[in-house]
Design a protein around this ligand. Structure first.
Ligand code: SF4
Length: 404
């Protein structure tokens, strides 16, 4: 059972948040189940994107730009945009499915100043050639991407996967693969799948007019499985890897007991995981980065942290535990003393939950906020703005009848 007192509440807010989420296109080259975005307007111009970058620089205080879509790598001026973001002194990070990535493009992106990738790979993406593979099977694709990015060097790599009720049990396979590749893979993110059902719900817009939910790409007619929660993802990782622990969190915008973002970082070598950083290290990292650079931190550009991380043992009980495990390992085999130590982050995101009264419990201080019509909007719900002019409220048909 998670206890919020054991974790550091990330100090991020609307106007001081390390992440700026910029969408370059709503066109994609594959079709993932549950995707929040649908084709309506196509590629944005470079001029519009530059304006959005400057808007974020003025109002968000970001440390990195998550360049998202659609699929950003198919935008014809993606390299110019990466260069423009890097010129602002912040980290450009591309969120991609990797289909369009090749060594030449990767090299040009790096030369333009790309800091890293968050690659979305999972078994519900309908990828040509991969449709019959489960999550473990997709580790082969993750490996191909990781090898390509490592061969270029100097660009960090995080993999994200959407977690469905039928893929939840495979999370440990992804974690074990990433740990074996700790030198090449700087982190994992698991995002729990959510959908609204058109058969059971009625949606109304800001004028209380009923809207057609089917127009949103991420609704389904029916869904009778139980959604996976963030704490369940935490638990299955912990059950298979006791050295794992979370360090920071963001709660819900409505519910006091939600865990919307759970952030952690494991410590290990290529042979063995020793433990995790704890709440204190997460606090030092956020506050220290802010004191030094004037902004909070979302991504590490290099994961080879070295044994100096153990200097934090007096303040951080999780690091003390990791140091103890490593000491035992070194006593057993002194050659292990020279194994490089890496950090590998694990993020768990629980997508918005629809509450019985029609409101949605969002991520407190939403880090993935984007710009729509000159205002910040949660990117996961921007299509409600694009289609219906604002957030919709949803209640079940049964409740509507009870109210009537
Ligand atoms: S509320 Fe923000 S952080 Fe949470 S899922 Fe939506 S866009 Fe992402």
């Amino acid at each position: 059972m998670l206890d919020k007192r054991a974790y550091y509440r990330l100090p991020w807010s609307m106007n001081d948040n390390p992440i700026a989420w910029i969408e370059v296109t709503d066109i994609c080259n594959i079709h993932c189940e549950g995707c929040y975005r649908q084709y309506m307007t196509g590629h944005k111009s470079l001029e519009q994107l530059k304006e959005e970058v400057l808007f974020f620089m003025k109002w968000r205080n970001p440390d990195n730009f998550s360049i998202a879509g659609g699929e950003p790598l198919i935008h014809p001026q993606i390299i110019d945009l990466v260069a423009f973001i890097a010129q602002q002194g912040v980290k450009p990070v591309i969120l991609s499915n990797g289909v369009a990535l090749n060594p030449k493009l990767l090299h040009e992106l790096k030369r333009a100043g790309l800091a890293g990738f968050t690659m979305h790979v999972d078994s519900h993406q309908n990828r040509p050639g991969w449709r019959d593979q489960n999550e473990k099977g997709h580790n082969q694709l993750r490996q191909q991407i990781a090898d390509m990015v490592a061969a270029e060097g100097g660009v960090f790599l995080v993999f994200n996967s959407t977690v469905y009720p039928d893929t939840y049990h495979e999370i440990p396979d992804i974690v074990a693969w990433a740990q074996a590749n700790i030198k090449k893979v700087q982190g994992l993110v698991f995002i729990t799948y959510r959908t609204a059902t058109t058969d059971d719900n009625i949606a109304t817009d800001k004028n209380d007019q009923e809207v057609d939910l089917k127009r949103l790409s991420y609704t389904r007619e029916t869904f009778d499985e139980k959604f996976v929660t963030g704490p369940e993802v935490y638990q299955i990782i912990k059950d298979h890897c006791p050295e794992y622990e979370a360090a920071g969190y963001l709660g819900g915008s409505i519910r006091h007991d939600s865990y919307k973002w759970l952030m952690g970082a494991m410590l290990g070598s290529e042979r063995k995981m020793y433990g995790s950083v704890g709440k204190k290290t997460m606090e030092f990292a956020q506050v220290g980065h802010h004191a030094q650079k004037g902004r909070y931190l979302a991504y590490l550009t290099s994961s080879r942290i070295g044994a100096k991380i153990f200097w934090l043992s007096p303040w951080d009980k999780e690091i003390r535990k990791a140091r103890g495990l490593r000491a035992k390992e070194v006593l057993r085999d002194p050659r292990r003393l020279f194994d490089p130590i890496y950090l590998q982050s694990i993020g768990i995101i629980q997508a918005p939950d629809l509450l019985p009264d029609g409101r949605a419990d969002m991520c407190d201080s939403c880090p993935d906020i984007t710009i729509y019509d000159g205002k910040f909007v949660n990117s996961c719900r921007m299509d409600e703005y694009r289609l219906f002019g604002g957030f919709v409220s949803m209640i079940s048909k049964d409740q509507k009848e009870e109210k009537a």
